[in-house]
Design a protein around this ligand. Structure first.
Ligand SMILES: Cc1ncc(COP(=O)(O)O)c(C=O)c1O
Length: 371
């Protein structure tokens, strides 16, 4: 498996997605195109759906959409809610806030509870907030907040969602397939993810699982929907087809990556992510960086966010890293732009790539300090 895990790359792409994709997966995209209403595509779609459900650990319906993650975030609003419905969005950052922006655009009444950047959702505070908003029908949260590098505790949030009978919608875009996220055990009604993250596939596909309860919400939803209407996806999947022309090349790549993940076993995939996260997090701290998460126990296993040292110009730092060391990482979004560095370690990260990353960061710091 290590062979699959590491291709020699000319760049060390350490974004929190898209992730480096090994050649054997990328090359699947150059297969000849097929009839998406024919038998070969039916086999491909059914196999991908089965393997995705296996990794989601769910018996719920699951559909594949041709879009990035934000497309299914929008689908998770338009398919289950109606104008003037009340929901709770518990946000710990940029991507959590996106749920509110989308819901606002559908004239949903959004009750926002925002936690300080670098914090995770505080269960006691969330419970009080739920109690003070008794008309809310649904709870929207982000499992792994990619903008701050923290990971929420799904178990305790799931408990609250059930206790207060809320439709429970989880953005698992940067967590599912990298860290355990057992849909049925956690009773997640709607779980979304996207191909360019821990799925080790190119960007362009996104996934959504839908529980029985979520289908009941769907039946009562009058929000406008067309391209992402899950009724269409269900009707067509019964025939082994997508409702609209699919991204066939990316589907081939996804099919390959899913097989490789399952061959490796998800237990090992999750262990590999923990291992890479521990190594990168501890090495960055050893060389003087301070973690952005308020507490190390909140730190994500798919990316590490650290504060930019006070004397360092962030954009110069990123430029030197990219142009002189071929290492690509990112800064923060919104108010965190220029203030934090975000280093992705979802998907495949070899020890050589970790050393390359850390040595390059050290050399970049040295050259900036000598300026
Ligand atoms: C947690 C989370 N939610 C939503 C998104 C948005 O996904 P996309 O850029 O694929 O639309 C991202 C992308 O980084 C993400 O990490």
């Amino acid at each position: 498996m290590q062979k699959y895990l590491s291709d020699s790359n000319e760049i060390n792409l350490r974004l929190p997605g898209p992730v480096p994709v090994p050649k054997e997966i990328l090359e699947e995209q150059s297969k000849p195109l097929i009839n998406h209403r024919g038998n070969d595509y039916k086999l491909l779609l059914n196999e991908c759906t089965k393997n995705l459900k296996n990794i989601y650990a769910t018996n719920n319906d699951l559909f594949i959409f041709t879009c990035s993650g934000t497309g299914v975030m929008e689908a998770s609003v338009s398919n289950f809610l109606s104008e003037n419905d009340e929901i709770i969005v518990a946000s710990v950052g940029w991507f959590g806030d996106r749920f509110s922006e989308i819901a606002n655009s559908y004239n949903i009444k959004v009750n926002n509870i925002n936690f300080e950047l670098g914090e995770i959702i505080n269960i006691n505070i969330l419970e009080e907030f739920i109690k003070s908003n008794p008309n809310a029908k649904a709870l929207y949260i982000t499992h792994n907040e990619t903008s701050t590098g923290v990971q929420n505790d799904l178990k305790s949030i799931s408990f609250l969602a059930k206790k207060y009978s809320l439709l429970y919608v989880v953005d698992g875009i940067s967590s599912v397939a990298s860290v355990p996220c057992n849909t049925d055990e956690l009773e997640i009604d709607v779980l979304i993810s996207a191909s360019q993250k821990g799925w080790v596939a190119p960007p362009g596909l996104a996934f959504m699982s839908i529980s029985k309860k979520a289908w009941e919400f769907h039946c009562n939803s009058s929000s406008p929907k067309y391209y992402f209407d899950i009724s269409q996806y269900k009707k067509y999947l019964e025939k082994g087809q997508p409702p609209f022309t699919p991204a066939i090349g990316i589907m081939y790549a996804l099919n390959k990556s899913l097989k490789l993940l399952l061959d490796e076993t998800m237990t090992k995939v999750y262990e590999r992510h923990t291992d890479a996260a521990n190594k990168i997090r501890s090495k960055l701290q050893e060389i003087g960086f301070e973690l952005f998460p308020k507490n190390e126990s909140f730190a994500s296993n798919t990316l590490t966010a650290v504060k930019v040292p006070e004397n360092i110009n962030c954009s110069k730092f990123l430029n030197i890293l990219e142009n002189e060391h071929q290492v690509i990482i990112s800064t923060g979004q919104g108010n965190l732009s220029g203030k934090i560095l975000r280093i992705g370690h979802l998907g495949i990260v070899s020890d050589e790539e970790i050393n390359w990353l850390i040595n390059s960061i050290l050399e970049t710091l040295k050259s900036l300090n000598n300026e």
